[in-house]
Write a protein that binds this ligand. Structure first.
Ligand code: NAP
Length: 261
């Protein structure tokens, strides 16, 4: 008996088998959930379809979260196909590469708009369409990072977007709690993925983060997937509005994220 048996849910943000969303999708499938996935436009469909088959996803549709019309169309298909929804996982972020390479003080208005729109506002936009489908209550989870609360070298405008994402998690939790919908964020330590490769000096960040972690190593997609499955399940029925760390690598000394030296 899996902890998600009988539940139907969406995992948004699967790019390839290195994605955090892949760890999440596999854990959810193993725990008995029926899954829906998205891909970002047709060129990426052929990357996502084979993975969707592996986890038996019954709904695989195109969705660019920067476009409200596409979000409406995507959730209309979810309603048509499933009628209701039990969970939503948002594992999506984007920033211009230059904004992560240049000094933070050089961030342009457009860099700021783009990072905040795709990495933070899209969470609100998806949650507001998912909530009416969660007629028996539900659970919503997003992915954040330590750069939301500390100035992590190279994370730059994405840290500002993650701070907005974490605040949005609390406000959505407050708003949707009355409908039995829980909203949480997971803050994982660094994992080598497509999105992570855009972060300046990511290799160094991983080394320092492993040194600053409790476990003395970096975490995996599978470990984030397991924590997500718990937050999506009824095992966490009293948990909402929180950021949950999956060994985020900042435990070396007070005020020291373990990133120095
Ligand atoms: P990833 O595999 O590259 O996933 C990021 C996903 O966002 C991709 O599937 C990407 O699609 C999608 N995306 C970007 N813009 C989009 C848009 N406009 N519409 C729809 N989808 C869009 O990288 P990841 O590391 O697993 O990232 C997943 C989440 O975990 C992100 O929120 C990230 O910030 C967070 N996180 C990552 C780490 C880490 O160290 N890796 C640590 C903590 C938190 P395409 O690739 O198809 O463009």
């Amino acid at each position: 008996m899996g902890i998600l048996k009988g539940k139907k849910g969406l995992v948004l943000g699967l790019a390839n088998d290195k994605s955090i969303a892949w760890g999440v999708a596999q854990a959810c499938q193993r725990e008995g959930a029926e899954l829906g996935l998205n891909y970002l436009g047709e060129p990426l469909e052929k990357r996502v379809r084979p993975l969707a088959e592996k986890v038996g996803a019954t709904l695989v549709e195109s969705l660019d979260v920067s476009d409200d019309a596409q979000i409406d169309a995507f959730f209309a298909k979810v309603q048509e196909k499933w009628g209701s929804l039990d969970f939503l996982v948002h594992s999506i972020a984007f920033a211009n590469k230059d904004a992560l390479r240049n000094p933070f003080s050089q961030t342009t208005r457009e860099d700021f708009r783009l990072a905040l729109d795709i990495s933070a506002y899209s969470f609100i936009a998806c949650a507001q369409r998912a909530a009416p489908l969660m007629t028996a209550g539900g659970s919503i989870v997003t992915m954040t990072y330590l750069g939301a609360e500390r100035a992590v070298p190279g994370y730059n405008v994405m840290g500002v977007a993650k701070a907005a994402l974490e605040a949005s998690t609390r406000y959505l939790a407050q708003d949707l709690g009355q409908h039995g919908i829980r909203v949480n964020a997971i803050s994982a330590g660094p994992i080598r993925t497509l999105a992570a490769s855009a972060v300046g000096d990511f290799r160094k960040l991983m080394e320092k983060s492993a040194r600053g972690s409790m476990l003395g190593r970096n975490v995996s997609q599978d470990e984030v997937g397991n924590t997500t499955a718990y937050l999506l399940s009824d095992m966490s029925s009293g948990v909402s509005g929180e950021v949950h760390y999956v060994d985020a690598g900042f435990h070396v000394g007070a005020g020291d994220p373990g990133l120095e030296g």
